[in-house]
Write a protein that binds this ligand. Sequence first.
Ligand code: R5P
Length: 298
Amino acid sequence: MKVLAGSGSRVLGLKVARLLNAEMVDVQVRRFPDGEIYVRLLGEVEGEDVVLVQSMGKNPNELLVEFLLLADTLKDLKARKVIAVVPYFPYARQDARFKPGEAFSLKTVVKLVEDVGIDAMITVDMHLHRIESPSKIFNIPAFNLTAMPLLAEYALKTLNLEEPIVVGPDEEAEQWAKTAAESIGSGYLVLSKVRLDDYKVEISSPQLNRVKGRNVLIVDDIISTGGTMSKAVKQVSEAGAKRIVAACTHPLLVGDSVYNILKAGAECVIGSDTVQSHVSYVSVAPIIANKLKEILFS
Ligand code: R5P
């Protein structure tokens, strides 16, 4: 087995390769003067099972094209199997045609990714809300892992967040709040969100009194502009929470998101390395490596 990492996941790819004791195939990626992307594999892949790791968090459009070029080249060069690991799968929030005439973007991206002939897909905390499982949208074997237990354990053990209650900032986050809470044996509650625009949201809940005097772990799949997380932190803080830790799997961290979340009352922001950032304290490499062993060796 060999591992190949695109620009979206160089370090994570290396960590996965080490855990699997697999050889890394280096990749050259550069840009032509007009902006087109050039990729070249710097190693042999013929007859090999190859794991292609490419998160598509920041600059998703560029990383998607790079992924398509790499995956198609692997197939052209006769890799036996190509297992795609896309820890942050892009366009998953546009998982329906909400208004007439809109693109159902997730469907289009899945179609493109599958068309290059990959054999299986691994994602992490993909924004599956209206679609219950990856098998409802992918036609190849697809596995969605979760970083929530890792984040919850980090808050509990490393940050000593004693006996926390877990909070999901909106209804869509119930799945993540539940998983995080169950993994550390705590309770959870879910707030209610109304999105006003790309940056602004309103958050409320009649259950906010449950956080009074408690340590609180707020979990979400994504922190993008931080609008959702900072509003949730503010509500929880005003309701009398003791310590507040804000956690997400995918720290996209657009603009002043971390500043705004801290200013709202969180003591820190933690995330995983599905998207490499200065808050990526938790690595998803072990859960990815374990799933790959299960797929390839069982
Ligand atoms: C949407 O429902 C997601 O789960 C996140 O809550 C959302 O993407 C976060 O975005 P932002 O940080 O821009 O509020």
